[in-house]
Design a protein around this ligand. Structure first.
Ligand code: FPP
Length: 253
């Protein structure tokens, strides 16, 4: 990578690993898991874990800005999360407003652009409004893309892409031979963002949970037992240092 980060004049030691200013992932995707368990451990209601998790989001966004990471995709709500108790869903749906109303000035200051992936039309109106305002205000920012996956499900996304492509073929807009990997990528929510280089999942669960199945084909995976509300700048840097020690071969040798 051509740039050097002024705040990281020298390479930094992170838990026995060297975090360098070069070879940072361009796009980091995170499954923010463990809020409920964090709260339970403290005898608190699950929603307290989500609120604490929101504070972690702020910390990680600040660090991603500092490191000049290009995109951060955060799995905030899956298409399957509607199965949770109604009060919990209602609390999660209030978080974007709570987060964006207090944090939008800082996002603007840091040149962060807010985007979403997922079926946002199915969200409550107040949630959509909060997201819409943030997306509009930050639309011309050119720094970190902060991409919230809300009401997102990867299989549904792929099904929609296939339907759209089939329709295009039927209407003779494209030929069957035009269907290639780029064609499919361009029909996904993430069409404007490069695939994640690094996928992080917190809380000890080791699965993808219907998150960016196509896009994560060549991502490096980092799993940690740390619960999302306990994840912090140092843990994030640790994951980046681990990433930098991986050899990405994309099927080659
Ligand atoms: C998974 O933990 C977490 C969620 C489903 C919600 C994630 C939401 C946030 C971290 C806040 C997002 C902030 C904004 C600004 C939208 P879990 O509840 O499944 O935890 P558990 O596995 O311990 O029960």
């Amino acid at each position: 990578m051509a740039f050097r980060l002024p705040f990281l004049k020298n390479n930094r030691q992170v838990n026995d690993r060297l975090l360098t200013t070069e070879n940072l992932p361009k796009h980091v995707a995170i499954i923010m898991d463990g809020n409920g368990r964090w709260a339970k451990k403290r005898g608190l209601p699950r929603v307290a874990g989500h609120k604490e998790g929101m504070k972690t989001v702020k910390k990680i966004v600040r660090k991603a800005v500092e490191l000049q990471i290009e995109a951060l995709t955060l799995y905030a709500f899956s298409t399957e999360n509607w199965k949770r108790p109604k009060p919990e869903v209602e609390t999660i749906m209030k978080l974007p407003n709570e987060f964006l109303s207090t944090y939008l000035p800082e996002l603007m200051e840091n040149n962060v652009r807010v985007q979403t992936i997922g079926y946002t039309e199915a969200l409550p109106q107040h949630t959509r409004n909060a997201i819409h305002i943030a997306m509009e205000k930050t639309a011309n920012n050119t720094g970190l893309i902060l991409n919230f996956a809300i009401n997102y499900g990867s299989r549904a996304e792929i099904v929609e892409a296939v339907k759209q492509i089939a329709t295009d073929v039927k209407q003779n807009k494209i030929m069957i031979d035009d269907i290639d990997e780029d064609c499919i990528s361009e029909h996904l929510f993430t069409r404007k963002i490069s695939d994640p280089d690094l996928l992080i999942r917190t809380s000890g669960e080791v699965r993808l949970s219907n998150f960016l199945l196509w896009q994560n084909a060549y991502s490096e995976f980092y799993f940690t037992d740390v619960l999302w509300p306990d994840f912090n700048e140092e843990e994030f840097e640790k994951s980046l240092a681990v990433y930098q020690n991986r050899k990405r071969r994309y099927g080659g040798i």
